[in-house]
Design a binder for this molecule. Sequence first.
Ligand code: KIV
Length: 262
Amino acid sequence: MGSQVTLTTLYKMKEKGEKIVALTAYDYPFAKMVDESGVHMILVGDSVGMVVQGESSTLPVTMDEMIYHTRIVSKAAGHAMIVGDMPFMSYQASIEHAIANAGRFLKEAGAAAVKLEGGRAVSETIKAISGAGIPVQAHIGLTPQSVHQMGGYRVQRNEEQLMADALEIESAGAFSVVLEGIPSEISEKITKALAIPTIGIGAGPHCDGQILVLHDLLGLNDRHLPKFVKQYANLLDDAKTGIKQYIEEVQAGKFPAKKHCY
Ligand code: KIV
């Protein structure tokens, strides 16, 4: 599968036109599965709020929760780069607060980088965090932490604004950028304009890499899936089948059988 993925690996992949494959993970067993499958980057996303905690947005997720999830994911990773997602209000209030919180992901949780949402509005923050030696991945387009400001989870189509955001966050020192909910033609132009890798989600095929929420890809939740998701497995149904069989066997006195007894 190869050695540990670093920033150099990602830059070389962009240069050679090799696609970067990223997924989210939130705990040890799933992170191990993702890492051993050969994914290049694991994002411990604040989507944990919606996927694992049952919240209706990512806004309630706290720094301590993100540190916990990132720490248990990091233990599983031997190959993939681990990126910790900075939760809502962990980097907006002041640059000092943002640097301190970003540092916790590396110091306490074993991440190699952090991600934060926003374009030009957070470029000074990106500059300061990367200036402190912490690699920063930016995230523009549909930024879920701004759901109320965007008036819902809406595709972002303002090419001029998106390009200006992308160019400025690159100048500020971001090592990569997630493009979410952006028409393919705009993502293609941004990907060509930037030297840093673009990782798309709902942003078409021209990005340097792709990311999906793991639980969506595996069919592990029954929430409404956005158009951009492809479900590659149906683990929810498989799991329910197994659990129902267990219930039937316990009630019928078939489990535990002799071989399960001391
Ligand atoms: O929180 C998350 O999982 C994300 C990805 C969907 C990019 O930000």
